[in-house]
Design a protein around this ligand. Structure first.
Ligand code: ATP
Ligand code: MG
Length: 231
């Protein structure tokens, strides 16, 4: 399939064991996220949250059960189309020893400078960047050593936002920012998120955001689910 998914994501009875280690990370996991829905996935360390992201991006092949996007098995998508269709902010951020501009632009090489700056603004990074003598031309150092943990996370978020894909997948991407900054970012994202499918993996639930659904993952399966009020 050569067109990016519109945003319907269906994990259908997926069990997954990592090759080499034999660790079973998902056990009969099922979740249907309709296009445009916003879902939070919460769970203790090791409960399988990032594994869901790995499945979606086809970093590993599903062995049991099926993962469907817009009703098509994930394996039928061209890999570059699939990954291009998912704006992913990984838990382990990777930054290059290059400028801030190029690091953000890594999400979409063709993006204009204005688009990069808009992504940085949404990630609440513009003031930080303005504080650097070289601004967007600042070289962040090996793996981003000259940035704070929260700045690195917001860089990775800006990189993901630049992709403008129908699916936004955030893995623990705001754990190092304070709640006020988190609020600012979620406010900034308002219109950007309209119509997008959003999957947020997090230890700490974003208090200022109304998710359509909250999933609590335990040992590779859903322990509880509901809305913010129900849980
Ligand atoms: P955290 O909150 O700490 O990020 P998580 O919920 O994201 O945890 P996962 O990363 O999905 O948890 O890990 C689920 C299980 O799979 C764990 O037992 C982990 O050790 C194992 N695991 C994760 N990644 C791999 C891998 N690449 N190879 C082998 N086992 C892995
Ligand atoms: Mg994880």
């Amino acid at each position: 399939i050569a067109t990016p998914p519109a945003g319907d994501v269906h994990f259908n009875d997926i069990s997954f064991t990592y090759p080499h280690t034999g660790i079973t990370a998902l056990r009969h996991f099922s979740l249907h996220v309709k296009a445009g829905e916003k879902v939070a996935i919460i769970g203790r360390t090791g409960s399988g949250k990032s594994t869901l992201a790995h499945m979606l991006l086809r970093m590993y092949d599903t062995t049991e059960g099926a993962l469907e996007l817009d009703g098509h098995n994930v394996n039928r998508y061209d890999l570059d189309i699939l990954r291009g269709g998912i704006a992913y902010a990984p838990q382990e951020a990777y930054l290059f020893s290059d400028t801030i501009l190029n690091n953000i632009r890594f999400g979409r090489a063709s993006a204009t400078e204005a688009e990069v700056k808009e992504a940085a603004r949404m990630a609440d990074l513009d003031k930080d960047i303005a504080g650097f003598q070289q601004g967007y031309e600042t070289v962040v150092g090996e793996r981003g050593v000259m940035l704070s943990g929260g700045q690195k996370q917001r860089m990775v978020l800006a990189r993901a936002l630049l992709k403008k894909s129908n699916i936004l997948l955030l893995d623990e991407c705001l754990s190092a920012v304070d709640t006020q900054t988190e609020k600012t970012i979620l406010n900034n994202l308002g219109t950007y998120l309209q119509g997008k499918t959003v999957l947020v993996i997090t230890h700490r639930i974003f208090t200022s955001w109304a998710f359509d659904k909250i999933i609590i993952l335990d040992n590779g399966n859903i322990a509880e689910q509901g809305t913010h009020d129900e849980l």
